[in-house]
Design a protein around this ligand. Sequence first.
Ligand SMILES: *Cc1c(COP(=O)(O)O)cnc(C)c1O
Length: 391
Amino acid sequence: MPKDPYSWIENSLQTIHKAGWYRSVQTINKLPGSTVEIDGKTLINFAGNDYLGLAGHPRLIEAAINATKEYGTGTTGSRLITGHRDIHRQLELAIASLKKTQDAIVFSSGYLANIGTISALVGKRDLILSDGYNHSSLKAGATLSQATVFEYRHNDIQHLEILLNQHRENYRKCLIITDTVFSMDGDICQLPNLLNLAEKYSSMLLVDEAHGTGIFGEKGSGVVEHFGYTGHPLIQMGTLSKALGSLGGYVAGSSSLIDYLRNRAPSWIYTTGLSPADTAAALEAIHLIKEEPQRRKKLWENVEFLKYLLAEYQIKTLFQESPIFSVPVKDAETVFELGKHLKEAGILTGIIRPPTVPTSRIRITLIAPHSSEHLTELGRVLESVLNLDKT
Ligand SMILES: *Cc1c(COP(=O)(O)O)cnc(C)c1O
């Protein structure tokens, strides 16, 4: 036995450093927006999830301040005890209205929504089929549920059907889980095929709209709306922390589903209710999404313009289906270096390394407030920095 039971931590950290997987925080000042300030230097921000530019919007800020003055900073307890306010219910009804579902339930984060919902829906005698590239919170929920979990190859419907065919009949309930917009590469799930298989094999389908809500669909309801499946029986979850510019998570679906979750989702029952400020900000964001579709339109214009620039510069990204663009890079060390060069040139991107993804990538996210100058600069700098790697 080792003398110091904590010494392994230092050793593990050294291993993380050696692999080039070490991560640390960077301090960002001022309001969120298309540019950020880091160490006194202004960078164009292509690393955030504030797709519609709402996280610093005066109306969200005002709503948060007013709610804080009216209800205080904390909700003082779980929703079922002392933590429920009328604005929680208003937010839930606004989400249900945006999604056109019977009801919705708000959790204190998207992560909590996924782990609580999945572990409430299935258990030991049940089966989960999970896309290989699913978000960490979906995977964590699957593990927590104690159901049998099989991962199907990323976006591979044939593989999913093989697994359903092989295993479905050996289990009581079955749940298929997937991101709608995959958070690292920005590609989109094959929702029509997933729904077909769910029906054929009597399985529930839970879709994670973290990067879909506010962005996809005519009304900004998400990828479900984009594919024309509004009103279809399925379980839609998402976050209030991306296009909605706040904090928190939600599940939208049938009244009985939501009522069941209020009674059975431990990460909703045993955690403190979402703060008044976050709740009111998210509610205001949903109003803005309905009132100002031009934000969503501008975001998609930016996507189209970047696609044009990438073609001009002959820069390859994995997909071009959403505001998330991912440039594959050969290894963790190189991506770290390229990220540094981009930063020196005034461009902030996501530097994504294992274990988040199997191979390294530069991840670029576009937001509505980016100007064409910002995007032109991105294209120019990206080309010159990627060429450094080739020489
Ligand atoms: C960000 C994200 C979450 C977690 O949401 P939070 O509200 O930040 O906890 C869940 N799923 C996906 C796909 C995400 O990208």
